[in-house]
Design a protein around this ligand. Structure first.
Ligand code: AMP
Length: 174
């Protein structure tokens, strides 16, 4: 079995969570498995180790888990993007549409600077709205988005279409 097949096998489907009609992809069995978790981080490390990444921008909350482990291994910094009202210092924010209503993401206003080479990282690409919002959050700051990476891509939702101006990498596709 390949490493990614092994990871796929560990993803647990939770029907109707957090609401009816959604099949939630639970990655906690991967995190719990010392071999699988290491493999997931190592696969990302192999891809980015020579890319001169200054910062991983990771997205609340599961993105933080992967983002922190990968940043430690790459020897780069980690910048958290959080839901509205969670970050303590001055922030820049972006509001984006959800299926019903809107959501707001924030980043500290001094988190990134012109020329920084960043990797945007989250656990899962669904419709792409969240990752697109993070791109919008940094778009006037002059950073270089080296890539947008996800552990899981739900291909049928076509999230890539929303992110077509940037290179995208996903460890596994469901
Ligand atoms: P989207 O903005 O639609 O691409 O959704 C991506 C964000 O929502 C990520 O932060 C995911 O963690 C979360 N998410 C969306 N759909 C799922 C799902 N089916 N299972 C687990 N997480 C999901």
């Amino acid at each position: 079995m390949t490493k990614t097949e092994n990871l796929k096998k560990l993803i647990r489907d939770i029907p109707d969570f957090p609401k009816k009609g959604i099949i939630f992809k639970d990655i906690t069995p991967i995190l719990k498995d010392k071999v699988a978790f290491k493999e997931a981080v190592d696969l990302l490390f192999e891809r980015y180790k020579d890319k001169n990444i200054d910062f991983i921008i990771s997205i609340e909350a599961r993105g933080f888990i992967l983002g922190s482990a990968l940043a430690y291994k790459l020897g780069c910094g980690m910048i958290p993007v959080r839901k509205k009202g969670k970050l303590p210092y001055k922030t820049r924010s972006v509001t984006y549409d959800l299926e019903y209503g809107t959501d707001t993401l924030e980043m500290h206003e001094d988190a990134v600077s012109k020329g920084d080479r960043v990797l945007i990282l989250d656990d899962l690409l669904a419709t792409g709205g969240t990752a697109k919002a993070v791109c919008d959050l940094v778009k006037d700051s002059g950073v270089v988005i080296v890539e947008i990476a996800f552990m899981i891509e739900l291909e049928f939702l076509k999230g890539r279409a929303k992110l077509k101006n940037h290179p995208i990498f996903t460890l596994l596709t469901l």
